[in-house]
Design a binder for this molecule. Structure first.
Ligand code: DOR
Ligand code: ZN
Length: 342
């Protein structure tokens, strides 16, 4: 196959940041995607409908002239989020979901939830008004091995949550394990996003020839058998699994540091990376539904009508793209990819 034309995709999990960083990265997303679910982990986080409205305006202002893009906003759940805010979020035309970060789990999660049961009143209202809950599914207990934190979250928090709120629509974000795949398959009203890095790499890449900070994200890459399970899920044609890049830009010097930040930057070339992964499984015919159909179906939004074309062209991922003061290193910098957005 030399050319692949598909319905324009959406990114169901994206970090755009704010200010100069937002202006630097947004054009990369807009080239490929019509819409994206915008993560609320700014400093301070996007906690209210008013915060989301203001952030949405800043995003729309940063969209390159002549192009269109629809940011689907999320609220950052805290111990203090009120039921009234959830009702207001549901009533607003642009808040699409609520994001749960366990406090301390990842970048800018200090305002996150300290104990899931603090939010039961809010989950109850979300279930009633049918507003989806997006989960960063990792426990933060330092006694739990970093590679086991997703599995432990499913056992300790997600299974009980779905027992308490069986009709709450949940997205388990950026899944990384066979246990997550199995749980999503077995449980009603839950879907999952999958990133390009978790489809393409196992944890071995983190230490290939030395320590490689640009492959470090959270949840961290896992063993090869988990990668295989994710690739199988993504290419299976099951609508419970859809595209979410989790593209998370950090300046080069914040990654190449004695305490480097978590996050892979994939917005530059996300569709090329996914095409590479799907082709490796001989499943390019499954890419369109994963990237463009199952997400809007889950979120009860219309599918896009425009198209994009990927061509079979070898190109090299740049070492760096312009960002704030320090540059931004894209995922798999220096690697030759064989698909390119036309
Ligand atoms: O690797 C990650 N980076 N995981 C997250 O959950 C947050 C993200 C970020 O905001 O940088
Ligand atoms: Zn994320």
């Amino acid at each position: 196959m030399q050319e692949l034309t598909i319905t324009r995709p959406d990114d169901w999990h994206l970090h755009l940041r704010d200010g100069a960083a937002l202006k630097a990265v947004l054009p990369h997303t807009v080239r490929q995607f019509a819409r994206a679910i915008i993560m609320p982990n700014l400093k301070p986080p996007v906690r209210t409908v008013a915060d989301a409205a203001a952030y949405r305006d800043r995003i729309l202002t940063a969209v390159p002239a002549g192009q269109s893009f629809e940011p689907l906003m999320t609220l950052y759940l805290t111990d203090n989020t009120s039921a009234e805010e959830i009702v207001a979020a549901k009533a607003s035309p642009f808040v699409t979901a609520v994001k749960y970060y366990p406090a301390g789990a990842t970048t800018n999660s200090d305002f996150g939830v300290t104990d899931m049961s603090n939010c039961d009143r809010v989950f109850d209202v979300m279930q009633q008004v049918d507003l989806p809950l997006l989960l960063h599914g990792e426990v933060t207990d330092p006694a739990v091995d970093v590679f086991d934190r997703e599995k432990a979250f499913i056992e300790k928090h997600l299974i009980p949550l779905k027992q308490r709120f069986p009709n709450l629509r949940v997205v388990l974000e950026h899944i990384t394990t066979t246990e997550a795949v199995e749980f999503v398959l077995a449980t009603p009203q839950i879907a999952a996003t999958i990133t390009p890095q978790h489809l393409l790499f196992s944890r071995n890449i983190l230490f290939k020839g030395g320590i490689r900070p640009h492959f470090y994200c959270l949840p961290i890459l896992k063993r090869e058998r988990h990668r295989q399970a994710l690739l199988q899920a993504a290419t299976s044609g099951n609508p419970k699994f859809f595209l979410g890049t989790d593209s998370a830009p950090h300046p080069r010097d914040s990654k190449e540091s004695d305490c480097g930040c978590a996050g892979c930057y994939s917005a530059l070339h996300a569709m090329a990376l996914y095409a590479e992964a799907f082709e490796s499984a001989d499943a390019l015919d499954k890419l369109e539904a994963f990237a463009s159909f199952y997400g809007p179906d889950f979120y009860q939004l219309p599918r896009n009508t425009e198209q994009i074309t990927l061509t079979k062209t070898t190109w090299r991922v740049p070492d760096e793209v312009p960002f704030v003061e320090a540059g931004l290193v894209p995922l798999w910098a220096g690697q030759e990819l064989t698909w390119q957005l036309a």
